[in-house]
Write a protein that binds this ligand. Structure first.
Ligand SMILES: Nc1ncnc2c1ncn2[C@@H]1O[C@H](COP(=O)(O)OP(=O)(O)OP(=O)(O)O)[C@@H](O)[C@H]1O
Length: 512
C-alpha cells in the first residue's frame, strides 16, 4: 500500500510556526484520506472474493433503498409490494408477471451491470401455454421509470429462503417481490393511472407476442390450431388509399373502448369484404388478425344445425377475436336446403327460448317450419346477446357476390365498412413485385402497367405468374405474355359476343 511521504521537521519563527502547523495538519489529513481510500479499495476487492453474491446483492439493495429513502430530503415515500406468490404460497400472482413483463421493456441492459434472463410460461385466454424469455432485474437491482413527469422506482427484492428446507414442502425457497416506490404526494397517480398503465402495457405485450390461432367449429364447440398465415398489410396488394383507410379504421376501433361505452354501443366492428375470387379477401382477414394479434374464429354455418348451437359458439368466443363467415351469400341457401330435408328431426331439438326476428322476413327462410339457422338469428346474436357478453370483437363477412346479399345485411349500421377487393391494379402489382423480387423498378414495368389497365386479372393470377421463376426477368416476361394473351382472349370473346348480338338483331329485324 502506498502512503504519502511524511513531512520532514523544520526550524522556524513563531509566525512561521502557525503556518507550519496548519500545513502539517493538512498533510496529515491528506495522508489519512489516502489511506482510507486505499483501505476501501482493498475492502471492496476482499468482499468481492470472500462474500457470497447473495450477501453482496442484499448490501446493494440496502444501499439503493437507503438512497431512495434518505436521498430525497424529507419527502415521504410510499411503497407498493407486488409479491410473486400469494402469502399462502399457492398460485402465482399475475400482477407480478405483468409488472415483470412491463419492466423488461424499461430496463436498459447497458446501464445495469447484472441482469437475469428468465423464461416464463404464460397461459393464454384459450388455455394454451407459451414460453417467453424476459430480461429481469436481479434481487437488489433497481430502476427508475418516469410516467407523466413522476418518478417511480422499481426494486427487485428477495427475502427468506432456507437451503435446508428446500424441496421438503417447508417453503425453503426465497420469496421474490417487486417494490414500487414513489413520493407520497403521487399516490393517486400511482394507483389510478400508473399501475393500470403498467397492466395494460403488459397485456398489449402479451397480445403482441402470443402465437395466433385459428378456430373452427365442430358441433357446438371450437377447435383451434396455430395460425401462421404470412399475410400482413405490407404484403397485401390493394389500393394504397383503401389499405390506409382499413388500418386507420382498425386503429381507431382499438382506441375507442370508452367511446363505445359512452354512446352505449357494443365495442365491436363489422367488415364486409366483397370482390371476385382470388382478389385477397381471405388474405385481408389474415392481415387483420396479424395486425391486431387477434385469434380467428372461422364459422362454417353449414356445420351449425340450430340457433341454440350458434348462440353457444358465439358466446364462447373470447374478447379480442375475429369472427369470420366466408361466402355469406351461400350460407343461408345451403342452410335452407338442409333444413328442408331435416325439418322433422330438428323440430324435437328446438331451442324453446329462441324467437326469430320477423323484421327480416322477406329474406329469411321459413323458420316456423324448420327452425334451423337463419340470417336474422345470426344478426340477432351478433347485435344483441353476443354484444352484451363480450367486447373488442371484429366480425368479417366475405362474399364474391355482394348483389346477392340480403338487404338486412347491407342495412346501414350492420356492417360498418364495406371493402371492395378488386382486380390487380398498378399499385397492387408493385406491391407484389416488391414482395416477390424486392424490386421497385424494371424495364418491363411501363408495359405491364399499360397491360394491367386494359385487362381484369386477379392478384392471385399475377402472384401465380410471379411465382413461376426466381429470376425477375423471366417471371416478368412470363407475366407480360400472360397479360397479352388474356387481352387477345377477351377481345375475341367480346367480338364473338358482339357478332352473336348483331346476328340476333338481324334475325329480329327480319321477323318484323
Ligand atoms: N390482394 C392480394 N395481395 C396479395 N396476395 C394476394 C392477393 N389476392 C390474392 N393473393 C394471393 O392469392 C392467394 C388467394 O387469395 P385469397 O384466398 O386471399 O383470395 P380470396 O379473395 O379470398 O379468394 P376466394 O374468394 O376464392 O376465397 C393468396 O394466398 C395470395 O397468395
Amino acid at each position: 500500500m502506498d502512503h504519502l511521504p511524511l513531512p520532514a521537521p523544520v526550524l522556524s519563527s513563531p509566525s512561521q510556526h502557525g503556518a507550519g502547523r496548519a500545513l502539517d495538519a493538512y498533510k496529515t489529513a491528506l495522508a489519512t484520506a489516502a489511506s482510507a481510500a486505499a483501505y476501501a479499495v482493498m475492502a471492496r476487492s476482499m468482499a468481492r472474493e470472500l462474500l457470497p453474491e447473495e450477501l453482496r446483492a442484499a448490501a446493494r439493495w440496502l444501499a439503493a433503498a437507503a438512497s431512495a429513502r434518505f436521498g430525497r430530503g424529507d419527502r415521504e415515500r410510499h411503497t407498493i409490494v407486488i409479491r410473486r406468490q400469494y402469502d399462502t404460497g399457492y398460485g402465482e400472482n399475475h400482477l407480478f408477471e405483468a409488472a415483470r413483463a412491463y419492466l423488461a421493456t424499461r430496463i436498459d441492459p447497458r446501464a445495469m451491470r447484472r441482469l437475469c434472463l428468465a423464461r416464463s410460461r404464460a397461459k393464454e385466454p384459450d388455455g394454451c401455454g407459451r414460453w417467453s424469455t424476459l430480461l429481469c432485474m436481479e434481487p437488489g437491482g433497481s430502476t427508475v421509470d418516469v410516467f407523466d413527469g413522476v418518478e417511480f422506482t422499481w426494486t427487485s427484492v428477495e427475502t427468506g429462503g432456507d437451503e435446508k428446507k428446500k424441496g421438503k414442502g417447508g417453503g425453503g425457497s426465497p420469496r421474490e417481490s417487486l417494490e414500487l416506490s414513489f413520493d407520497a404526494e403521487h399516490t393517486d397517480t400511482a394507483l389510478e393511472r400508473y399501475v393500470p398503465f403498467v397492466m395494460s402495457t403488459a397485456e398489449e405485450l402479451q397480445m403482441r407476442d402470443r402465437a395466433l390461432r385459428i378456430f373452427m367449429n365442430e358441433g357446438r364447440s371450437w377447435h383451434g390450431i396455430n395460425h401462421q398465415h404470412p399475410a400482413t398489410f405490407d404484403t397485401l396488394a390493394m389500393d394504397p388509399a383503401l389499405k390506409d383507410a382499413v388500418i386507420a379504421d382498425l386503429d381507431r376501433f382499438l382506441k375507442r373502448r370508452d367511446y363505445y361505452r359512452r354512446i352505449g354501443k357494443a365495442w365491436k366492428r363489422g367488415y364486409l369484404l366483397y370482390g371476385p375470387p382470388g382478389t385477397g379477401k381471405s388474405s385481408l382477414v389474415a392481415a387483420m388478425a396479424n395486425y391486431l394479434r387477434f385469434n380467428l374464429y372461422d364459422l362454417d354455418l353449414s356445420e351449425v344445425r340450430l340457433n341454440s348451437a350458434l348462440q353457444k359458439l358465439l358466446i364462447h368466443m373470447p374478447n379480442k377475436s375475429i369472427l369470420v363467415i366466408e361466402d355469406i351469400d351461400c350460407c343461408f341457401d345451403a342452410a335452407a336446403s338442409r333444413k328442408d330435408a331435416k325439418a322433422p328431426e330438428l323440430v324435437d331439438q328446438l331451442d324453446p327460448d329462441y324467437t326469430s326476428d320477423s323484421s327480416d322476413e322477406g329474406w329469411q327462410v321459413n323458420t316456423q317450419q324448420a327452425k334451423g339457422i337463419t340470417l336474422s338469428g345470426l344478426l340477432n346474436f351478433i347485435d344483441g346477446l353476443w354484444s352484451t357478453c363480450g367486447e373488442e370483437r371484429i366480425i368479417v363477412f366475405t362474399t364474391n357476390y355482394k348483389e346477392r346479399l340480403d338487404p338486412a345485411l347491407l342495412r346501414p349500421g350492420r356492417m360498418d365498412m364495406h371493402i371492395y377487393m378488386g382486380y390487380c391494379g398498378w399499385e397492387a402489382f408493385r406491391t407484389l413485385a416488391r414482395n416477390y423480387f424486392l424490386v421497385d423498378d424494371h424495364e418491363l414495368f411501363p408495359e405491364i402497367q399499360e397491360l394491367l389497365s386494359a385487362v381484369d386479372v386477379t392478384p392471385a393470377e399475377v402472384s401465380e405468374m410471379l411465382l413461376r421463376s426466381e429470376d425477375v426477368d423471366v417471371a416478368l416476361w412470363g407475366l407480360r405474355e400472360f397479360l397479352r394473351e388474356r387481352i387477345r382472349k377477351t377481345r375475341k370473346e367480346t367480338e364473338k359476343k358482339h357478332g352473336a348480338e348483331a346476328a340476333e338483331e338481324v334475325v329480329a329485324q327480319k321477323a318484323v
